[in-house]
Design a protein around this ligand. Structure first.
Ligand code: BG6
Length: 515
């Protein structure tokens, strides 16, 4: 390959915004759960911003479906409020809104009732006529998991699912959680695959829509200098943190059923692990990418029984504490939480990946609610020098990929402190998205909705991937949720989890990065 000099004139890709490599076809996006939080906070603002950025075809419509009785006008007004509040671009641009709202319809009804789907069919037929949406449908299940099965069955019964090889498309986006363990995830896969083809199913994990998460692939596979050292020969260990300041808020009912391992590890955090650890895919397409990610999941050593879980897993639950000078309640006094609840709000895990690249390199991952600050990052710690020329100071290099906030990448290395003596100190080479590209990154849901409309499954989870993730998580939950699994350790809100999580690393002669 000849050496190609660097181009100064390469356009700034984020100023270009979301670029659709394949032009999206006309279609209708049907949002089930249209009166819910996700539709208000994320989905409608995302669809509006895609319209604003001219990423969607003119022939586009949105149908909201939920139990709440209201007419089309009230729905449009409600969605306008939501977009006004939650859109990343403000204020609403009237011309764009008016055209967007013209393509909006609402259907009120229960998901158990076939007449809801008859009404939906007429709304869709109407949009096909008035907006020329040509029979293409994207169904979005922004609803609790218990409804996924019935929704697919009702759509099929109403004749609303087209053949995967037909010229018109039917695609279904399914929100998390996809099951609550391996058995239920398998059952759900079986159920949806009775009515749909895998090519029509888009299991969403919104972490994959984040620019910084996608950038992991670019960073690793579009640069020549990191890949040769990205392995057990040079990497000492990896630390992945996904910390949130927020507590459970008003989601107590859901959270009591889920807990942090299902809520964050099974999906978001394991996505970060797989993208960090995977081999280069043979092509940049959905299946090649997902094939490599699944190999990582399969190579992660499952927790072989209670002894290994005790050694490699630490669970925690927050108690009352203080965050940013404000007192906050403990988990057990939050709404809808049972007294004496054993639900963990923090987890630290030591994962070992049994393959050629990573044998013997621990991946320490932690995630928690009510941490001192919101911080998601991947830190690759390189080996220490074999011999320190400059006395005792020998701080290993660390590469930190900041997923959020302050999105960017920093490389920590030693530099000479100015002066007569050779005294090294650790400094940082820092890339920041905000400075390099401006601050206009699209929201994760914009990217994911656009990909689903275009039919690109790269950033969605495949059947075998979701099952492999559950298999691993099940090996933890089987022990921790057993009657003799014990209670999680407590930690005061506003701290980085229980002391036992520090001991997990201290036993290996390591410590968590201070964030
Ligand atoms: C969701 C979890 O999937 O991800 C929430 O259910 C969590 O509990 C959220 O707060 C974190 O997402 P983000 O994008 O804020 O890191």
């Amino acid at each position: 390959m000849p050496y190609a000099p660097e181009h100064d004139e390469v356009p700034n890709p984020l100023r270009v915004g979301l670029r659709a490599d394949t032009a999206p076809e006309p279609c209708v996006c049907v949002v089930f759960g249209a009166s819910g939080d996700l539709a208000h906070r994320k989905l409608l603002p995302a669809l509006y911003n895609l319209t604003l950025g001219a990423h969607l075809p003119a022939a586009f419509g949105v149908v909201g479906v939920s139990k709440t009785e209201m007419d089309g006008k009230a729905f449009i007004a409600d969605m306008r409020d939501a977009v006004g509040k939650f859109s990343r671009t403000k204020p609403i641009r009237e011309e764009t809104w008016s055209d967007f709202a013209d393509g909006m319809r609402y259907v009120a009804g229960s998901f158990d009732d076939p007449s809801t789907f008859t009404k939906l069919k007429s709304a869709l037929d109407d949009l096909d006529k008035t907006r020329a949406t040509r029979g293409n449908r994207l169904f979005y299940f922004a609803t609790p998991p218990s409804t996924f099965g019935i929704l697919v069955q009702q759509l099929e019964a109403a004749g609303l699912i087209s053949d995967p090889n037909a010229p018109t498309f039917t695609r279904v986006v399914i929100e998390k959680p996809f099951g609550r363990d391996l058995t239920s995830a398998r059952a759900l896969n079986k159920l949806v695959l009775e009515c749909l083809d895998e090519r029509q199913i888009f299991r969403i994990d919104h972490y994959l829509g984040k620019e910084t998460v996608q950038n992991l692939l670019t960073f690793r596979f579009a640069n020549s200098i990191f890949e040769p050292i990205w392995n057990r020969k040079y990497v000492n260990h990896v630390q992945i943190t996904a910390g949130e300041e927020l507590g459970v808020e008003l989601r107590g009912k859901y959270y009591e059923e889920a807990g942090i391992v299902r809520d964050m590890i099974q999906n978001h955090v394991l996505q970060l692990v797989t993208l960090t650890a995977m081999e280069p895919p043979v092509a940049f397409d959905a299946d090649a990418l997902r094939d490599e990610k699944i190999k990582v999941l399969r190579a992660i050593h499952p927790m072989d029984g209670p002894d290994m879980v005790r050694e490699r897993v630490v669970l925690g639950q927050y108690t009352a504490g203080s965050l940013g000078g404000t007192d906050v309640p403990g988990y057990q006094t939050e709404p809808d939480i049972a007294k004496g609840s054993r639900t963990p709000t923090y987890v630290a895990l030591k994962l070992m990946i049994d393959n050629w690249r990573w044998q013997g390199v621990p991946f320490y991952v932690r995630s928690g609610k009510r941490m001192p600050k919101r911080a998601t990052e991947i830190a690759v710690h390189f080996d220490a020098l074999p011999h320190g020329l400059f006395g005792a100071a020998n701080t290993p290099n660390v590469l930190v990929i900041r997923v959020q906030p302050e999105e960017g990448i920093a490389l920590r290395f030693a530099a000479k402190v100015p002066g007569e003596r050779y005294r090294p100190r650790t400094v940082s080479m820092d890339f920041r998205y905000g400075t390099a590209f401006g601050n206009s990154s699209p929201e994760a849901y914009e990217r994911l909705l656009l990909d689903a409309i275009r039919g690109d499954q790269s950033l969605f989870t495949r059947k075998d991937e979701v099952e492999a993730a559950w298999k691993l998580v099940d090996s933890v939950l089987k022990v921790t949720e057993a009657p003799d699994g014990g209670a999680p350790f407590s930690y005061p809100a506003g701290t980085w989890g229980p002391n036992e999580a520090d001991r997990l690393l201290a036993r290996d002669g390591r410590a968590w990065r201070r964030l």
